[in-house]
Design a protein around this ligand. Structure first.
Ligand code: RP5
Length: 162
């Protein structure tokens, strides 16, 4: 299989309503200057789109970040169709506060891994950072940007509360 030299990160989500969470993922990748594609792909409402996306993902993407809520089958279904690493972001659902999303994403059967992050905004941010650290294994620039971000974060923590 011929892989593209500069493969992007894919950020996919099950619905437009997930974007209010997943936009934090976008923000981090922009700060780190990592290129990405942004798509809505629903496991239940657009299964053909999911299949097409996942099949092409092998050549196009180095990491896939998939956010979904409720019966959140999107990350697991993508992972079943590709060997590209998939990071699942459990969206905070209105009815069960994202516990449904978390359990649907994290409890994968052996053989098909999905890296699962925290529910909601924290998870969306950490998914981007985690994807960047995967790329940082082979990309020095990204590794350095990540390290700089860590230093900035450490400096921003005050020694005493106001
Ligand atoms: C899931 O259903 C989506 O990931 C979303 O979190 C949830 C609700 O979708 P909408 O009804 O808001 O479109 O597929």
């Amino acid at each position: 299989m011929k892989l593209k030299k500069h493969r992007k990160i894919a950020i996919v989500m099950g619905s437009q309503s997930d974007y209010s969470t997943m936009k934090d993922c976008v923000k981090i990748l922009k700060i780190l200057k990592i290129s990405f594609d942004l798509k809505i792909v629903s496991a239940h409402r657009t299964p053909k789109r999911l299949y097409e996306f996942a099949k092409k993902s092998e050549t196009n993407y180095s990491v896939i970040i998939a956010g979904a809520g409720g019966s959140a089958h999107l990350p697991g279904m993508i992972a079943s169709l590709t060997a590209v690493p998939v990071i699942g972001v459990p969206i905070e659902s209105k009815k069960l506060k994202g516990l449904d999303s978390l359990l649907s994403i994290v409890q994968m059967p052996k053989g098909i891994p999905v890296g699962t992050v925290a529910i909601g905004k924290d998870g969306a941010i950490n998914a981007a950072l985690y994807a960047a650290s995967i790329l940082g294994i082979t990309d020095k620039k990204i590794k350095n940007s990540l390290l700089k971000l860590r230093i900035k974060q450490t400096k921003s923590v005050k020694k005493k509360p106001k």
